[in-house]
Every structure is written in C-alpha cells, then in structure tokens.
Design a binder for this molecule. Structure first.
Ligand code: HEM
Length: 302
C-alpha cells in the first residue's frame, strides 16, 4: 500500500499538484457502478420510434448495434493507420479483431430478415423517408481508412482514374453516388443531398489524409515473404470478403424480402434503384485488389 501511495505522491508532484488534494478527492468520491460506467440510462433512452408499431424499436436498435460494431471496427483500424511503426503481429491481431466484429455483423443480420413483421415494417418504414442506412457515415469512413478513394469509383470510370486524378473528380464518381440517384427522375436524391451536406467535407479530408497511408498501403509496404505477412494477407482477404460481399448479400437479401418478395418492387426510403445498386457484383467494392486473383476479382459477389 505504501508503494502505491508513494507513486501517487510522485505522480502529482511531477504535475506540480498537491497529492493530498487528490487523495482526499478519492476518499470522497462515490464508488463507480455498472450503470453509470456504461451510461446505461442514456443508452436505453436512445430509441425514439416515430410510430406505435411494436417492431419499429427492433429496427432502430439493430441499426444502433450496427453503428457500435462499426465504431469497434473503426477503433482498431485507426490504431493501425495512425501508428506508422506498428508491428506485423499487432497489425494482424487488430485485423483479426475486426474480422470478429464483421462476423457478428453478418451473422446477426437475420435479426432484420427474420425478426420483424413484414406488414409492420412496410408501414413504419414510410414514416422514415428520406432517411436510409445509405446515410451511415461510419460505413463510408471505414472505406477510406482501408483503401484509396480511387479504388472506390464506379466501374464506368475505374479504368480512367489513377494516383494523380483530382480528388474532386474521384468523389463525383464514387460507387455510392449511384445509390443516390432517384430511380424515377435520374436526379440526386434528397437522401444523398442531406448526406453530402453533413459529411462530404469530412469524407474528402479523410480521403486526402489516408491516401497512400491506409490499411492497404500499410500492407503493401511490408516484406511480402515473411510468414506473419502471409497470415495477415489471409486476415485482410477475410475482412474484404466479409465486409464487401457477405454483408452486402445478407443486406440485399433482406431488402428483397421486405421490398420485393411478392414481385411488387417497392421504392426504397432512400429512393435508389436498390436491386441493382446494392449488389456487390455491381458495386465491385474491393479494398485490397492485389490480394485477389484476376478470376476472384472477375467473380466478385457472384
Ligand atoms: C429491413 C431491413 C433493411 C432494409 C429493407 C434495407 C434496405 C436498404 C435499401 C433499399 C438501401 C438502398 C438505398 C435506399 O434507396 O434507401 C439500403 C442501403 C443501405 N443500408 Fe439498408 N436496409 C435494411 C437494414 C439495414 C441495416 C440494419 C443497416 C445497418 C446500418 C443498413 C445499412 C445500409 C447501408 C450502409 C446502405 C448503403 C449500402 C451501400 O452503399 O453499399 N441497412 N438499405
């Protein structure tokens, strides 16, 4: 006990503070409890349905769970991209953590597909327009921490862009812009306009900041013959495939069930031509192309 008291004394003396004040503060402070520590009361008040359908809170909470998992993924990715001297072993451990989170995302998606009443969903969703999961910014930031923006353009311009292409041109042609075109009018949807008003500047800043310094470049800079790097390569392939193929397939299957299982092709709340846009073989979102064979790339999402 005396050792720790001494250490506390030294710590605060070094900071030019009176250790006794801090020890007295410790004496008076309440012991922490579970509910305060994890902000449980706040967390459980963050669900605010817009209708009285009992299944709407499921929709809200599962989106919130997804955003927390995306935050966990981001938390690991940032530690890799922001630490230039990270060891290969730690890099791999962090990608493995990410793979566990991405696995939870894909395995749990049945909470959407199986877990809501079809008729309730199709009524409460009408009060949510023009909001859409399409506006999930964490989803888009993760892309830019993983790979260069030029690899995220639509297939029409992919062959024309390279390292020197203006970022503004790349942003005009990002694959997800196709999800922001109104399938009836061909105009930019309100969903995309709102999203860009809020996030476009910070997305561009992230694209500039992490160009050449993202997960993909960090990997390519390593000695490709080392055993650890080979294992890392498999972990990265797993992430690319889970995030960019398995999750989109689970998601589009769910969208198909609620919006088109009776052949009625209902309009999405975001207004996109969703049946085409959401399919991974259309988006061709591939973070780490050099980790795949030409044939694997050709068959992406099929
Ligand atoms: C019943 C459940 C769901 C249905 C029917 C559904 C439907 C759709 C549709 C139709 C789109 C295309 C954009 C639009 O026009 O609105 C979309 C996009 C999107 N949704 Fe969902 N969604 C569901 C659940 C979720 C959940 C739980 C998340 C998690 C955050 C999510 C995240 C996204 C994302 C990230 C996009 C953009 C995808 C991309 O650009 O690749 N969705 N969703």
């Amino acid at each position: 006990m005396s050792d720790i008291i001494k250490e506390i004394e030294e710590k605060y003396k070094k900071l030019g503070q009176d250790p006794e004040t801090y020890l007295k503060g410790l004496y008076h402070s309440r012991p922490i409890n579970y509910w305060d520590y994890i902000e449980l009361d706040t967390l459980l008040t963050l669900q605010k349905p817009r209708t009285d359908f009992p299944d709407e809170p499921i929709f809200i909470m599962y989106h919130q769970v997804t955003e927390l998992l995306l935050k966990l993924i981001t938390h690991e990715i940032k530690q890799i991209v922001d630490d230039e001297s990270i060891s290969t072993v730690l890099f791999k451990e962090k990608i493995e953590r990410i793979n566990r989170y991405a696995g939870v995302l894909t395995a749990s998606f049945s909470v959407m597909r199986e877990g809501m009443d079809y008729d309730q969903y199709n009524q409460f969703r009408l009060s949510l327009a023009p909001a859409s999961g399409f506006q999930s910014a964490q989803f888009r930031f993760i892309e830019l921490y993983c790979t260069d923006a030029q690899l995220l353009v639509n297939t029409r311009v992919k062959a024309q862009v390279n390292d020197t292409t203006e970022m503004d041109y790349i942003f005009e042609n990002l694959y997800w812009k196709d999800g922001g075109v109104d399938h009836k009018t061909g105009n930019k949807t309100l969903t995309l306009q709102h999203f860009e008003d809020k996030y476009l500047d910070s997305l561009k800043a992230a694209a500039h900041k992490y160009k050449g310094k993202n997960i993909y470049h960090r990997f390519l800079a390593l000695d490709q013959n080392s055993e650890d790097v080979k294992e890392l390569k498999y972990a990265l392939r797993e992430f690319d495939h889970t995030y960019n193929v398995i999750w989109p397939l689970a998601h589009i299957k769910t969208a198909g069930y609620y919006l088109n299982s009776k052949g009625e092709n209902k309009a999405a709340t975001g207004g996109s031509e969703w049946q085409k846009y959401l399919h991974p073989s259309y988006q061709r979102r591939i973070f780490f192309p050099q980790l795949w064979t030409a044939q694997e790339i050709e068959n992406w999402g099929k």
